[in-house]
Design a protein around this ligand. Structure first.
Ligand SMILES: [Zn+2]
Length: 289
C-alpha cells in the first residue's frame, strides 16, 4: 500500500485552466498508474478559478474512499466562524488535517490569531500541516517558512500534532532537530523537486535523507508525500526506491505512519496489495532488509 499524504488539485499553470473534475481524473489516473492507494489533497490558502475551495473538493471527492482532504486556511481572512463548516467535514471523516501556509502569507506558524484552529485540531485529533522552506514563488517571504518556527508552536501546544511539510527544504537539519526534539512533530518528504528528479539529484537527495534517518530523523515521524502535480508521482516513487533503509522503516514511511496520524480507514480490498513492494519488484530493484 502507498499513501501519498501531499497532493493538490490546483492548477499551477494559468494558461491552461482545467476544471476540478479534470484535475481529479488526472489525480486518479496517476494514482492507478503508480499504485498509490490513497491520496490526501491539500487545498490552497486562496480560492481562485484554478484553486478549488475545501468545500468544492470535499463535494467532488465525497464518494471516493481513496481520496481525503486537508483543508488549507487563509491566514488573512481566517475567522473562527469558518470552523463550523470544517468541524462538520472532520466529523464526517472527509477532512483529515488542516494546512497553513507561512511564507506564502506573512505570519509565523505560532501566530495567536490561529489559536482557535489549533484548538480544533487538538479537539478533533487531526494534524496541522505547515508549509515550510522554499516558496514556489519569489513573492514568498521565507523567513516565515523556516522550519525552526514550528518549534515554538510544538512546545506551546504539546498535544497538537504538527507536520513540517517539505522537510523544511533546504533547511533539512533544522527540520530534523525540530522533529527529533518534539514528540508531536512529523515531517513529509514532498516537494523536493519540480517535475522529475534527474539521476544526480535523485542520488544526492536520497543520500541526504538516508544520512538524516541514520542521524536522528526517526522513520516513525516521516511521511511519504509527493506534492503532485508539482512533482511527478512516478519520479518520486523511484526516488523513494533509492533511499536505502530497512523495509520495515520504509513501510512506516510509505503508509503506516499516515494511517495512524490521519486515522485513515483502510478496507480489506485496499490492504490486499502491498503495492509499494510489488512496485519494487516490478522495477527489478533490490529491497534492503
Ligand atoms: Zn504542496
Amino acid at each position: 500500500m502507498i499513501i501519498d499524504c501531499h497532493t493538490h488539485l490546483n492548477n499551477y499553470h494559468n494558461e491552461e485552466q482545467e476544471s476540478l473534475a479534470t484535475s481529479l481524473e488526472n489525480l486518479q489516473r496517476e494514482m492507478r498508474k503508480n499504485r498509490v492507494t490513497i491520496s490526501l489533497v491539500l487545498t490552497s490558502y486562496k480560492i481562485t478559478p484554478g484553486r478549488p475551495s475545501t468545500r468544492s473538493v470535499v463535494e467532488a471527492t465525497r464518494h471516493l474512499n481513496s481520496i481525503y482532504v486537508v483543508a488549507g486556511i487563509n491566514y488573512y481572512t481566517f475567522h473562527k466562524d469558518e470552523l463550523i463548516e470544517l468541524r462538520e467535514y472532520i466529523r464526517e471523516g472527509k477532512v483529515r488535517g488542516l494546512k497553513i501556509y507561512p511564507g506564502y502569507q506573512e505570519f509565523y506558524p505560532n501566530d495567536a490569531k490561529l489559536e482557535p484552529l489549533f484548538e480544533l485540531a487538538q479537539e478533533m485529533e487531526i494534524p496541522l500541516m505547515v508549509h515550510t522552506g522554499d516558496t514556489f514563488t519569489p513573492k514568498g517571504k521565507i523567513k516565515y517558512s523556516h522550519p525552526l518556527h514550528c518549534d515554538d508552536l510544538a512546545v506551546d501546544h504539546p498535544k497538537l500534532k504538527i507536520v513540517i511539510c517539505h522537510l523544511g527544504n533546504p533547511w533539512f537539519r533544522d527540520c530534523m532537530e525540530v522533529v527529533y526534539k518534539n514528540a508531536n512533530v512529523y515531517t513529509d518528504f514532498s516537494g523536493l523537486v519540480l517535475g522529475n528528479f534527474t539521476d544526480r539529484f535523485e542520488q544526492y537527495m536520497a543520500k541526504q535523507l538516508h544520512e538524516m534517518i541514520v542521524w536522528g530523523l526517526e522513520p516513525d515521524k516521516c511521511l511519504y508525500g509527493s506534492d503532485w502535480p508539482i512533482s511527478s508521482m512516478e519520479s518520486y516513487l523511484d526516488f523513494m526506491d533509492e533511499i536505502k533503509i530497512p523495509v520495515k522503516d520504509k513501510r512506516k514511511i510509505m503508509f503506516e505512519n499516515s494511517v495512524r496520524l490521519f486515522k485513515i480507514p483502510i478496507d480489506q480490498f485496499q490492504l490486499r496489495g502491498d503495492s509499494f513492494f510489488e512496485r519494487l519488484r516490478v522495477n527489478g530493484k533490490k529491497m534492503v532488509e
